[in-house]
Ligand binder design. Structure first.
Ligand SMILES: [Zn+2]
Length: 278
């Protein structure tokens, strides 16, 4: 039996609105319900941003606290991962919720272009976010939008700046950043294996690349992410009915490649996260 595959559901993000797909969960109650469905469909990590009532992105720690409380109640055992990204320019407000001690938080270690702006991650902010994560025992998931981010993450980890096991996510298909390119993907995997043999890795594709990158990652023995943050459609003509539908699609690919979908217990063990008791 091959290694279990961890499925992460990226439920909301900071960009898609209900005008793009009415199924994007915005309120905390919608987020909890949508995550619970995805958890039942096989997701063991919930990657979450929070929003204001007008759908604009928020960094409000109280909203993150309410979400965490609801997820712990309705999705017991699921790994909670808060986003420290998405609000470029917001500075330290991006890490204001780390003291809530989620299991994980996303961390970008370099800057790059996004569709309409620069995604700024200056060195002092990266250092500060990483130190907050160490202090609160939060395992970072490195969001690698470029090759340099992977090498930088490996260096930070070797220097003892990143708490826990190194976990790198390759993000491909963001407009103006790294496209979903199979040769580059293969090179990324090779580099992580060669330079950080103890690291684990996952991959996410944006828009129509979601299912493509899901398949590459599952076939190559990594972990993968799906959800409405990255992609609101099942295909060109069909809006995704839920986060769970996108997770179910990835779970089906796991079957094709004979990878069991990781349970939350297995995912916690693979990622070296604290265990939970009820
Ligand atoms: Zn995100």
């Amino acid at each position: 039996m091959s290694d279990p595959c961890i499925l992460c559901v990226a439920i909301t993000g900071s960009v898609p609105t209900k005008s793009a797909n009415p199924n994007v969960p915005i309120s905390i109650a919608e987020q909890i319900e949508s995550t619970q469905e995805a958890f039942e469909a096989g997701a063991s990590i919930c990657h979450a941003h929070v929003r204001n009532d007008d759908e604009t992105p928020s960094s409000d720690p109280d909203k993150f606290a309410a979400l965490k409380e609801g997820l712990e109640k309705h999705c017991p055992g699921m790994i909670i991962q808060f986003s420290t990204g998405g609000r470029s320019g917001a500075g330290k407000a991006r890490g204001g919720m780390l003291s809530l001690r989620p299991d994980m938080a996303s961390l970008s270690v370099g800057s790059n272009n996004f569709p309409t702006r620069v995604y700024e991650n200056p060195p002092d902010l990266v250092e500060w976010l990483a130190s907050e994560m160490r202090q609160h025992e939060v395992v970072p998931e490195i969001e690698a939008f470029d090759l340099s981010h992977i090498l930088q993450a490996i260096k930070h980890h070797q220097d003892g700046k990143l708490y826990g096991r190194l976990y790198v996510q390759f993000v491909m298909g963001v407009k103006n950043a790294m496209p979903a390119d199979k040769a580059v993907f293969d090179f990324y995997v090779e580099q992580v294996k060669a330079r950080a043999p103890d690291a684990a890795w996952c991959a996410a594709g944006i828009g129509p690349n979601q299912i493509v990158v899901n398949e590459w990652a599952i076939a190559a023995g990594g972990h993968t992410r799906a959800g409405l943050e990255d992609n609101v459609r099942l295909d060109r003509d069909t809006l995704a009915p839920s986060n769970a539908a996108l997770i179910a699609r990835a779970a089906k690919l796991c079957e094709k490649y004979e990878r069991p979908v990781a349970t939350w217990q297995q995912a916690r063990e693979i990622l070296g996260l604290r265990s939970v008791t009820f």
